[in-house]
Design a protein around this ligand. Sequence first.
Ligand code: PMP
Ligand code: GLU
Length: 384
Amino acid sequence: MLSNRVKNIAPSATFAIEAKTKQLRSEGKDIVNFGLGEPDFNTPESIKQAAKKAIDSNFTRYTPVGGIPELKKAIADKFRRENSIDYDVSEILVSCGGKHSLYNIAMVILDKGDEAILPVPFWVSYQEIIKLAEAKPVFCRTDKKFKLTADFVEEKVTKKTKLLILNSPNNPSGATIEPDEIRKIAELAIEHKFYVLSDEIYEHFVYNGKHTSIASLNEEIKKLTFTCNAVSKAYAMTGWRIGYVAGSKDIIKAMENLQSNATSNPSSISQYAALEALNGSQDSVTQMVKAFDERRKFIHKRLNEIKGISCIEPEGAFYAFPDISKTNMKSMEFASRLLDEALVAVVPGIAFGSDSHARLSYAASMHDIEKGLNRIEQWLKNKI
Ligand code: PMP
Ligand code: GLU
């Protein structure tokens, strides 16, 4: 009795692993969790205070569908300050998490028969969101270090290409796209007239060098780009559900119309919390990124010491994406046996388009990272 639309949609693999981890923990099992990608830090105190103040001031009613004006202004200021992009508030829409922003974009620009280029490996939900919009995901290769180049994109461009998804730093590989390639990709998009969805949710988690926003390059590419972001990762606010997108005014208006009939405004209280996150002190972001950098170096070194596993150095985000092909297990078998036999949760690479990898989120304490990697090493000892 289900619609064809949902029959073909896979549940989010990241949340499926999290549900299984929670279930095993409730049975008393001591699981080391490298599954779900969310900071293990708490939401900073000043942000929680802003939310409490919002409740006490009775900011508890419907707000404008696309976000309160103060938050839209804070987002426009953020884009100018951090990304060198000049967006007007009419070009910004606030939604219920970054995922909702991506969904809105797909729904308003993709039709049946359209192609959306998706570089592999990709974050789980992109593929399903494209399919929900009845368009076709067209997979595009990256190099040995998971780096995307304009040449790889060009191989996949056809007359039907409507959208290219960029995600730098990338979930699950941590790879970033070189600024020169971003420039060439922008030229391609302008030449062939396709849209670019630039998911910049991990922009602060770049460990060497600096993030480049494609929309900052020139007016032409800015018009074709949707710059997406959220407060979820940078401010440890995954549960608050605030994401946002900036793009050309007419399309943003169409997304607002869609949102007005689907969710209405994102939580009024969360919007005030996000306002404080963007306008307040950024010290917590710096501290969190520093902690992740230490874990990144450790997990990269330790993974490469384990026989049967090799891992490129993640340049950004908070994921490691090791090659597990020498274990002679496909990624599903690897992840499910690792969880059952060694009590370590990872996400199988197949969910991200590569069956010879597994994803480990290092948004976990150093203690847990050490413990988990020791377990993986022990578990693999007799298998290779
Ligand atoms: N984009 C990427 C690349 C992600 O990893 C995630 C996962 N959080 C999202 C978007 C969605 O984030 P949110 O929790 O704000 O919906
Ligand atoms: N983005 C995070 C992850 O990849 C959170 C879960 C999700 O939204 O898929 O684990």
